[in-house]
Design a protein around this ligand. Structure first.
Ligand code: NAD
Length: 472
């Protein structure tokens, strides 16, 4: 089998380019047989994923707990239930998605009909990340299956328990002649990236996104890049403060301790409102996680020592450490950092330059909220831009003026669950999108097909171009 596990000593060996080449060839053969194209095959795989989610809930949440100390309910809501939703939606809609889309023709082509036919691309690669290691592996795979492709998944080595569970589950539930998992880190991913794929969907950092895109360019392989960035939340004063605080607390800390691409990265609010907002966030934190934030079982830990060290370094920078107004505690042994709020950190610090991806939340104050546009625009375009306000004019302004992958007004994160909305970034936060029909479209080729009849043949279009024809 081309599947190997870096976590199991027995199977530990490196996955090399020739092995990757064989794997792709094998899957191409299966794809060319037409097996993965049928509606029935796609449905059967989706149903198996549904079954797997029902039967292996415990194993999945356990693996997520091992990798990230993810609380059971958080794991269930953000990874299992979301994947289930995605699967259910696909099962309901797939028939319609697969239908050719009729297109109007013109007088020039009369009589004719035309349609757009969605055809599978072939053999596709999904490279996943560690923060939602189950959802962000399965959801793109669901899209690839919906569109009728053969697919290889490369989960993240930084979430090893989930990675090796995915190997087991794929073996048990899915058609392994067309759907595979290859575990591994940089060498294995590099071996995979040397191959010619028909599409690559990559989730992770912009740094590796560039490596993926460069490798894909060699084969003219199209890519979907799901990257990250600094997601701002602009907070007005005319809001329901308690609801806002709860929603920010959930979207920042409850969601994997801020290790989420859609987590609020920093807040911008007015100088006069900041003290009230900080107070409300403190209460929100207490309400969700109790008095001792370092001990809460309702918050995930930091994924690894290196991520922990990176976050501590951001916090300990000269112009940053004296700006802490809430939290700041850390425990290296338990890989835990308390929810931390910082006030008015200068813009030229690392914490305001790089994506935080952890439980640290800087609040930047301005005299007037409109000044927030310049701050947001001085950074690469974010994956999500949040706004909390009751002012309809401001909402419209924000939507018109701020460019981001997506937006959510008066809440955090929840927009992700609407399958009719494309999920993806722009510029540094990514390219292309997926979720719902966007996943199907992302893994399909849109083939334009015209049907002509032999009737109504007009000789005017054929040479010789006589003066008579020119007059027409
Ligand atoms: P990462 O880029 O380090 O790793 C992601 C994947 O790339 C892993 O599978 C890893 O094995 C592989 N990889 C790492 N180095 C590689 C190399 N040199 N060559 C080839 N492959 C390599 O990203 P990360 O640190 O795991 O994730 C954090 C980033 O991901 C953040 O920026 C976050 O915002 C982003 N993210 C985005 C989304 C989204 O849906 N847009 C979701 C989650 C995370």
């Amino acid at each position: 089998s081309a599947t190997l596990s870096v976590t199991s000593e027995v199977e530990k060996r490196s996955f090399e380019a020739d092995e990757a080449n064989l794997l792709v060839k094998e899957l191409q053969g299966v794809f060319n047989s037409g097996k993965t194209r049928s509606y029935e095959w796609r449905i059967s795989q989706l149903q198996s994923i549904e079954k797997m989610l029902e039967e292996k809930e415990k194993d999945i949440t356990q693996a997520l707990h091992e990798d990230l100390a993810k609380p059971y309910l958080e794991a269930f809501i953000s990874e299992i239930s979301t994947t289930k939703g995605s699967c259910k939606h696909a099962l309901q809609e797939l028939k319609e998605w697969m239908e050719p889309e009729k297109v109007k023709t013109s007088i020039t082509t009369y009589p004719s009909t035309a349609e757009i036919v969605s055809e599978p691309l072939g053999v596709v690669l999904v490279i996943s990340t560690w923060n939602f290691p189950f959802l962000l592996s399965l959801d793109p795979v669901i899209g690839a299956i919906c569109a009728g492709n053969a697919v290889v998944l490369k989960p993240s080595e930084i979430a090893p328990a989930t990675s090796s569970l995915l190997v087991k589950l794929f073996r048990e539930y899915l058609d392994n002649s067309a759907i595979r998992v290859v575990e591994g880190a940089v060498p294995e991913t590099t071996a995979l990236l040397e191959q010619k794929w028909d599409k690559i969907l990559y989730t992770g950092s912009a740094r590796v996104g560039r490596i993926v895109m460069a490798a894909a360019a060699k084969h003219l392989t199209p890519v979907i890049l799901e990257l990250g960035g600094k997601c701002p939340a602009v907070v007005d004063s005319n809001i329901d403060l308690q609801v806002t605080a709860r929603r920010i607390v959930t979207g920042k800390w409850a969601l994997n301790s801020g290790q989420a691409c859609i987590a609020v990265d920093y807040i911008i609010t007015t100088k006069s409102f900041a003290p009230m907002l900080i107070e409300a966030l403190k209460n929100g934190l207490k309400e969700c996680f109790g008095e001792n934030l370092m001990e809460s079982k309702d918050m995930s830990r930091i994924v690894s020592k290196s991520q922990f060290a990176r976050l501590v370094k951001l916090l300990d920078e000269d112009k940053v450490s004296d700006k802490i107004v809430v939290g700041g505690q850390r425990d290296e042994n338990k890989l835990r950092i308390a929810p931390t709020i910082l006030l008015d950190v200068p813009q030229d610090t690392e914490i305001m330059k790089e994506e935080i991806f952890g439980p640290l939340l800087p609040i930047i104050t301005v005299e007037k909220l409109e000044e927030s546009y310049d701050i947001i625009k001085s950074k690469p375009k974010p994956l999500v831009a949040y706004l909390f306000t009751n002012n309809d004019q401001l909402k419209q302004d924000y939507v018109q003026n701020i460019s981001s992958g997506g937006m959510c007004i008066n809440d955090t994160v929840i927009h992700l669950t609407v399958p009719g909305l494309p999920f993806g970034g722009v510029e540094e936060s990514g390219m292309g999108s997926y979720h719902g029909k966007f996943s199907f479209d992302g893994f399909s080729h849109k083939k334009s097909v015209m049907y002509r009849s032999f009737d109504g043949d007009a000789s005017v279009r054929y040479p010789p171009y006589t003066p008579q024809k020119q007059r027409l």
